[in-house]
Design a protein around this ligand. Structure first.
Ligand code: SF4
Ligand code: ZN
Length: 457
């Protein structure tokens, strides 16, 4: 069993689940395919699926995440965690009223791909899918924030928007519980990084159940908070579930958090380390912090006041009564979004008008050598991916900040994340719509390798 999978921040990979050459520790009949070192088990596909679903069921029941009367909304992103969550919840609670939510964030070359995946999954499971199209409903898309001061913190803005929209959707469809796919590695990794920053408030928000801040809001639950990340992936592969196969352009060149890497290293020596840390944080640190906070509030008589946002009505504790999402959207509307893609005609007009334009061919050196747009330089996409800040620094130093950079590839998909990365770094980056293929179709010139000269691959 194999699956092509792409996780934001990691190169695309093929995940393979194959026989371990030993019998399953549960059924003792089938060949085991997954080893769970912390549980000292080697399981076959069926027993692994049962084990996974049982843990989800137990977690929901133990933490009283929802009851038979609740309408549970599962926030789907199309990634392995939320996909595994929806499938496992359907198996564990076949009678439960479950609906799925998807937000089309309008991220170019990404959101529509995920939309297809979540549609395929919910059709297969027979779960009603509610789609919130950001552009249709609110008139902007996540990519628009690239032209604001939030351009270097796109994931943070995206997270704020997603949280607000999911809460809004829950209200619209009467969902009383909102389930998200946060896994063990995410939870402990974030806990550790917040711990080093002394941010105990963030740690306390990582609890598996968060009660509504104001009446009428859904309860937020994380049924996978004690499920290791790799197991979500195995579950998706084993059960052949539709899942994301490409990256979000905003995560291009990002790396996995150093805390998660640190935890993976520690796990080599101690397979239980992530569970142990989770337990220390949730059973010791969070209750202690909450007690101290309560005493502090009583002593100073300063209570965190949560009230509805003056614009959207969702809960906020900000002093001006406007929530983080509405504040960011207001700024965006003031500035107006700007397109990151540019047509061949527009590029030609810019060049003819004497604008300082640098064309960057992000394909391989051999593709560039065979044929490229006259005057274009070659900086392969890999260079941006592996050493993004150094590559961009070099461009900035050589061509200056006022230059317009137009990236291109064959068809416009590969060059888009590079243009996004240039924007994030504060440069005027565009991606050529339709790539060199459309450039040629529109009558654009190209420089070709002379007849008889061979280009090494
Ligand atoms: Fe995920 Fe960041 Fe892309 Fe939003 S912008 S979808 S948080 S990678
Ligand atoms: Zn608001």
């Amino acid at each position: 069993m194999a699956l092509r999978y792409s996780k934001c921040g990691l190169p695309a990979m093929t995940v393979e689940v194959k026989g371990l050459g030993v019998k399953c520790s549960e059924c003792k009949r089938e060949e085991a395919v997954v080893e769970l070192r912390y549980a000292r088990k080697k399981l076959c596909p069926k027993c692994f699926t049962d084990f996974f679903v049982r843990r989800v069921k137990r977690t929901v029941e133990k933490y009283r995440m929802f009851g038979p009367k609740d309408r549970v909304a599962v926030a789907l992103s199309g990634g392995k965690d939320s996909v595994a969550l929806l499938d496992a919840l359907k198996r564990a609670f076949p009678e439960q009223d479950i609906v799925a939510f998807y937000i089309d964030l309008g991220i170019h070359h990404y959101s529509s791909h995920l939309r297809e995946k979540v549609k395929a999954l919910t059709d297969r499971l027979g779960v009603p899918l509610h789609i919130y199209d950001l552009k249709e409903r609110e008139g902007y898309v996540i990519d628009d924030f690239l032209t604001t001061k939030f351009r270097s913190k796109m994931c943070s803005v995206c997270g704020i928007v997603k949280r607000a929209v999911f809460t809004q959707m829950a209200k619209e469809v009467g969902a009383t519980v909102m389930a998200t796919g946060h896994n063990l590695d995410d939870t402990v990794g974030t806990m550790l990084s917040a711990f080093f920053a002394g941010d105990f408030e963030s740690i306390s928000r990582l609890k598996p159940v968060l009660k509504p801040l104001i009446p009428g809001q859904p309860k937020k639950v994380k049924p996978l908070f004690n499920t290791p990340e790799m197991e979500d992936l195995y579950y998706v592969v084993i059960n052949d579930l539709p899942v994301q196969e490409c990256h979000c352009p905003h995560s291009f060149g990002a790396s996995v958090s150093r805390y998660k890497r640190m935890l993976d290293q520690m796990e080599q020596d101690n397979p239980n380390v992530k569970f142990q840390l989770l337990s220390v944080f949730l059973k010791r640190l969070v209750p202690m912090y909450e007690k101290v906070k309560e005493l502090e509030e009583e002593r100073t008589e300063v209570f965190l006041e949560v009230k509805p946002c003056r614009v959207c009505g969702l809960p906020t504790s900000s002093p001006d009564g406007i929530c983080s999402r509405c504040r960011r959207v207001a700024m965006l509307k003031e500035r107006g979004g700007q397109r990151i893609e540019i047509t061949a005609d527009e590029v030609r007009d810019m060049l003819a008008g004497g604008k300082r334009v640098v064309l960057i061919d992000v394909r391989s050196p051999s593709a560039y050598a065979k044929e490229h747009i006259p005057g274009a330089i070659n900086v392969p996409k890999d260079e941006f991916e592996v050493n993004q800040s150094r590559t961009i620094r070099k461009l900035r130093r050589k061509y200056g900040k006022g230059t317009t950079f137009v990236t291109y590839c064959y068809a416009g998909r590969e060059s888009y994340p590079v243009a996004v990365a240039l924007r994030r770094a504060g440069l005027r980056g565009y991606s050529l719509l339709g790539g060199i293929e459309e450039w040629k179709e529109k009558g654009g010139e190209v420089e070709r390798v002379p007849e008889g000269v061979t280009v090494p691959e």
